[in-house]
Write a protein that binds this ligand. Structure first.
Ligand code: PBG
Ligand code: ZN
Length: 326
C-alpha cells in the first residue's frame, strides 16, 4: 500500500466509517467489578486512596452487586476483611465469614450475576503475608492446606469461581482437587497466574489493611522484569485446571497480556489494579485529564492487548457510559 493510491485518512473521515472498520470493541460483557466486604452492618466507608470505591458491610455489598448487575456487568469479585486477624488467617475459611455471607446473599439477590471470590490470606493474617509463615517465609505447602479449606468454604456458600491470588506454587491444582473431592466440579477457577510484585497494589492494601508488616512479597509474586516466566506460570496453571488465567497489573504489563494471548488458548483476564485506578482518579479530579475519555481509552487498550475479561474499579462508570453511547 502506497501513497497516493492508498490514503489511510479516507477510512477515518466520519464516525460511521470509523465504526465500520473498528477492530476492537469495548463492551460491558467482559467487565468484573471488585467489592471490599467488611464486618459490621450499615457500613459504607469511602477508601481514601480510591475515591468512589468503598468498604461495605454485607448488605451494602449486596446492593452494590445488584446495581452492577442492573448496569449489565456480568461479574463481581469479592475481597474480605476479618473481625480478627491471626497468624494463619483462620477467618478466611470461616463458613460465617464476610465473604461466605456475601456470596450467599448476592447469589440470592442476583442469581444470574457471576460471583467470584478472591482466595488469599494477606487480608486475614496478622503479619500481612499471603500464607502461613515458617522462619519468616511463606510456607508454601502448609498454606495450600488452608487454601483448600477456604476454597471449599466459598464453594459451599455458592460461589461461581474461586480466584486464588497468593502466587503459591500448586495453588490451582490444590484448589481444583479440593473442589472436585467434595462434588464441586462445576465451580470454576480464575487463576492469578502472572501476578507481579507491584507497587500498584498500594491503595488496595490500604483498603484491606494487608500490607506485609515485615519484608515484601517478592519471594512469591513475580519479578516485574520477567515476561518469559509469565508463560511458564500460566502454562502450569492451565495444566493444573485453571478455567480463566490472569495477568496483573494490566497497564505496565500490556506486553505480557499480548504474549499470553498469543500463546495460550484459554479465556484471559487482566486486573486493572487499585494504583492504576487511583492515578486516573487523581488526575481526573484535578482537572488534568478528561477522566471519562482517558478511562475508556485505558480499558480499550487492555482489551486490544488481548484481555477477554477486565477486572476494574471503573466497571460501573464504564458501563454507564457504554449504555449512553455503545
Ligand atoms: C491479595 C490481592 C492483592 C490484590 C488482589 N488480591 C494485593 C496484593 O497482592 O498485595 C491487588 C488488587 C489491586 O491492587 O487492585 N493477594
Ligand atoms: Zn495475598
Amino acid at each position: 500500500m502506497q501513497f497516493p493510491e492508498y490514503r489511510a485518512r479516507r477510512m477515518r473521515r466520519s464516525e460511521s466509517l470509523r465504526r465500520l472498520v473498528r477492530e476492537t470493541r469495548l463492551t460491558t460483557d467482559g467487565l468484573v467489578y471488585p467489592l471490599f466486604v467488611v464486618p459490621g452492618k450499615g457500613v459504607k466507608r469511602e477508601i481514601p486512596s480510591m475515591p468512589g470505591q468503598h468498604n461495605v458491610s454485607v448488605e451494602k455489598a449486596v446492593e452494590s452487586a445488584r446495581e452492577a448487575f442492573d448496569l449489565g456487568i456480568p461479574g463481581v469479585i469479592l475481597f474480605g476483611t476479618p473481625e480478627h486477624k491471626d497468624a494463619v488467617g483462620s477467618e478466611a475459611w470461616d463458613d460465617k465469614g464476610v465473604i461466605q455471607r456475601a456470596i450467599r446473599d448476592i447469589k440470592r439477590a442476583a442469581p444470574d450475576l457471576t460471583v467470584i471470590a478472591d482466595a488469599c490470606f494477606c487480608e486475614y493474617t496478622s503479619h500481612g503475608h499471603c500464607g502461613v509463615l515458617a522462619d519468616g517465609e511463606v510456607d508454601n505447602d502448609a498454606s495450600l492446606d488452608n487454601l483448600a479449606r477456604t476454597a471449599l468454604s466459598y464453594a459451599k456458600a455458592g460461589v461461581d469461581l474461586v480466584a486464588p491470588s497468593g502466587m503459591l506454587d500448586g495453588f490451582v491444582g490444590t484448589t481444583r482437587e479440593a473442589l472436585d473431592e467434595d462434588g464441586f466440579e462445576q465451580v470454576g477457577i480464575l487463576a492469578y497466574s502472572a501476578k507481579y510484585a507491584s507497587a500498584y497494589y498500594g491503595p488496595f492494601r490500604d483498603a484491606v489493611d494487608s500490607a506485609p508488616k515485615h519484608g515484601d512479597r517478592r519471594g512469591y509474586q513475580m519479578d516485574p522484569a520477567n515476561a518469559q516466566e509469565a508463560i511458564r506460570e500460566v502454562t502450569m496453571d492451565v495444566a493444573e485446571g485453571a478455567d480463566i488465567i490472569m495477568v496483573k497489573p494490566a497497564l505496565a504489563y500490556l506486553d505480557v497480556i499480548a504474549r499470553v494471548r498469543d500463546e495460550i488458548d484459554l479465556p484471559l483476564a487482566a486486573y486493572n489494579v487499585s494504583g492504576e485506578y487511583a492515578m486516573l482518579k487523581a488526575a481526573g479530579l484535578n482537572g488534568w485529564v478528561d477522566y471519562d475519555r482517558v478511562m475508556m481509552e485505558t480499558l480499550l487498550g487492555i482489551r486490544r492487548a488481548g484481555a477477554d475479561v477486565i477486572i476494574t474499579y471503573h466497571a460501573k462508570e464504564a458501563a454507564r457510559l457504554l449504555a449512553k453511547s455503545p
